[in-house]
Write a protein that binds this ligand. Sequence first.
Ligand code: GSH
Length: 222
Amino acid sequence: MNDSLTLVVGNKNYSSWSMRPWVLLRGRGIPFQERVLKFESQDWRDHIARLSPSGLVPVLWEGEPGKGFATWDTLAIAERLHELFPDRGIWPADPRLRAQARSAAAEMHSGFRALRGAMPMNIRSSHPGKGMNPDVAKDIARISALWTAATLPFLFGDFCAANAFYAPVATRFATYDVTLKGSARDYQGALLDSSGVKAWSADALKETEFYGEDEPYASAPG
Ligand SMILES: N[C@@H](CCC(=O)N[C@@H](CS)C(=O)NCC(=O)O)C(=O)O
């Protein structure tokens, strides 16, 4: 691995997809630079086409952003990191645990649409009780079962990519005051307390931009 890594991310308060590879890189101690592109900003309009083949964030660049080698979409980024750093525990070493961890990450990537729609990530805000409906409750029950069955302290033992995929969910449960029980609750606490999640959240708390698309329960500040 000769080329330095740069991760292009969106607003830390809102961009749950950006958060995943960022906390994974931090959690596994892999050095990288970040390039924040704030949604709806002039910076975004000026640079998104050059920095993201899909027009979305996150994107992982090897070498110079916009010129080097790009991997986009969170699952592909996790797999690319696994190939670049096979000994860094991106996925568990045990093949069956690895298959389970990949299943859990893929389930997050393609599913839980009710929860993602009704409870958008919003780290700095508190909206207790908002967004709950029967479909969201079903998503929460499934996530709770998955978290309860996991090997603690983290899903599948160590802080592998599956944990990074659920990190934004742990913050959502805090924002919308979703209370879990037993080991699912302990796991949520461990996730929120992990070094990468704490560092990302600290940056998110400093952001002031209001992005209406992810704010169904608040009005834009006057
Ligand atoms: N499936 C993609 C989802 C990426 C995505 O939807 N990113 C959002 C931010 S969280 C985005 O770039 N939104 C900007 C837009 O839609 O213009 C992934 O896993 O990376």
